[in-house]
Design a protein around this ligand. Sequence first.
Ligand SMILES: [Zn+2]
Length: 232
Amino acid sequence: MVDDLPLNQRYVDFRVRISYIGKRKEEYKIDQIKTGKFIAERRKLMHLTQVQLAEKLSITDRAVSKWETGKSMPDCTIIPELCDILQISINDLFNGEVVVMENYKEKSEKLLLEMATQKEEADKKMLSMEILVGVFSTIILLSFILMASLAAMQIWLRICLIVGGFILFVIGIFFALKIEQTAGYYQCQKCNHQYVPTFKSVFFAPHINRTRYMRCPKCGKKSWNKKVLNKE
Ligand SMILES: [Zn+2]
């Protein structure tokens, strides 16, 4: 199945840079296709379907399918649990095969930590972007309304300005919400499970700032879930 993928998707790779304190930098290239095939192989070996594996990790089976076709890598916070289930080391996962290597544990832990740090930094940037998008959309809306009510113009132009302002505002808020959904995690108050919710559940959840009242996919209970950037 993987071989049927278009060429440009077959060579997606995943890079992680590790800098040893004050020393050299080492770059790891992870072949996502190979890792994906390996995940599928190990999953079948464990007699699990994509749905069953997804359930164990409380994620969607679409995510599992994306890993297995090499379209994405598992989130760094899911990797330890995934490796446990597949009975492989983190290093095996990154290599796309079972490997025997010295100091592999130390190396994989560094890799994982580095992945988490990179993700956290990227998420932080995205969340500041969310504020920017939100503020910008509000300013646009207000200035369009102000212009429509104060400047001398024909009535149809006033209506166009107000409607246009609202459309831009809605688009802006949609983007801001999309960022909030995907950057970092929400933490369940009941069981402390951290997860990325669906856009729909974020959209409909009552919220105070970034804390949202949502149902946890792991324990199924509703609580005020805080936004967290790093997973423990
Ligand atoms: Zn929970």
